[in-house]
Write a protein that binds this ligand. Structure first.
Ligand code: G3H
Ligand code: 13P
Ligand code: ZN
Length: 326
């Protein structure tokens, strides 16, 4: 991309200061994925209303869907919108699951303030190599970098993993030291998407592997840890979706109490995408079923956006503890 821009010119901040405060304060910064206008409006509105710092993040799929230049201007608009609402919440624009050095570089050049290089599917040494290369480039522009060790089950953009591989605590010190990353995503039992656990009749969601998290914290005290796949798969949305013609039987996520516990630890970034998707889908289905003659997208997307605002406020206030921390 020829017209490079630095994130500070867009009013954005990197994640360093946010994470320092979150680790000390025992809460987590919300990282909400967005792909379109209504999702971003909802994120900004809810985070400004709850005075929460926020990471707005885009996947490779989102970049393809919305266009990288469009996303840059949307992020700039998001900051302006928050300021016009009288809020000075810090906003970080993050690349979610970058899979190559080139994608990460392109985002740094386009004004992102933080990037993830997900080398978790490579061997340890290859992961170190690509992550270090991204860090070397990104740090020249004071862009923060998230790496990943361990594999989450489910779909990570176009990479699908059948089973998860928990992060090996004995690898984290070497990884952090050799790469220079600013934060580390780990695998402790979460997974992406709306079907995180296969439960038999009467079975409950198994607890996350807090023992692994504790071991990691012992080895790299206060180092910012990131939890992906952290949607709770809100059951009222699943029920609405099924009620209005959807088919999402068996959709289940991480219970809120477990996320609250994680947020109080060194976990200082919690990624949420699926819950937002469910809220939008539930409300669009409900609206269209109840208003069959309506064909103005502002009506059904407006209903979805309203619900998304409430969901995000709830997450910030009752789950992550980020409300009032801006
Ligand atoms: O980690 C995956 C995120 O939910 C993004 O999903 O690649 O379908 O945009 P996506
Ligand atoms: P969920 O699918 O649980 O929302 O996870 C989102 C995520 O980890 C984005 O990187
Ligand atoms: Zn993820």
């Amino acid at each position: 991309m020829s017209d490079n821009v630095h994130y500070s010119d867009l009013g954005l901040v990197n994640s360093r200061d946010m994470f320092d405060k979150a680790v000390d304060g025992g809460y987590a910064i919300p990282a909400y994925n967005f792909n379109n206008l209504e999702q971003l409006q909802a994120i900004v509105t809810a985070c400004a209303a709850t005075s929460s710092p926020v990471i707005i993040q885009v996947s490779k799929g989102a970049r393809e869907y919305a266009n990288e230049t469009m996303l840059r201007f949307m992020a700039m608009g998001a900051v302006k919108m928050a300021r016009e609402m009288g809020s000075d919440i810090p906003v970080c624009l993050h690349l979610d699951h970058g899979d190559t050095f080139e994608v990460c570089k392109s985002c740094v050049d386009a004004g992102f303030s933080s990037v993830m290089i997900d080398g978790s599917h490579h061997s340890f040494d290859e992961n170190v190599e690509v992550t270090r290369k991204v860090v070397e480039y990104a740090h020249k522009y004071d862009v923060t970098v998230e790496g990943e060790l361990g594999v989450l089950a489910g779909i990570e953009d176009e990479v699908e993993a059948e089973a998860s591989t928990y992060t090996k605590p004995e690898e984290v010190e070497e990884f952090v030291e050799r790469t220079g990353v600013d934060s580390l995503a780990i695998s402790i039992g979460t997974s992406h998407g709306a079907y995180k656990f296969k439960l038999g009749p009467g079975e409950e969601v198994p607890p996350l592997r807090f023992d692994i998290l504790e071991e990691i914290e012992k080895r790299i005290p206060r180092f910012p840890i990131v939890l992906h796949g952290a949607s709770s798969v809100v059951q009222s949305y699943v029920e609405l979706i099924n009620q209005y013609g959807g088919k999402m039987d068996g959709a289940v996520g991480v219970p809120e109490e477990q996320l609250r516990k994680a947020a109080k630890s060194a976990v200082c970034k919690i990624n949420i995408d699926s819950d937002g998707r469910l809220a939008v889908t539930a409300k669009v289905r409900e609206f269209l079923a109840n208003n069959p003659a309506e064909f103005d997208p502002r009506k059904y997307l407006g209903a979805a956006r309203k619900e998304l605002i409430e969901l995000i406020k709830h997450k910030n206030e009752a789950v992550l503890g980020s409300a009032g921390k801006a």
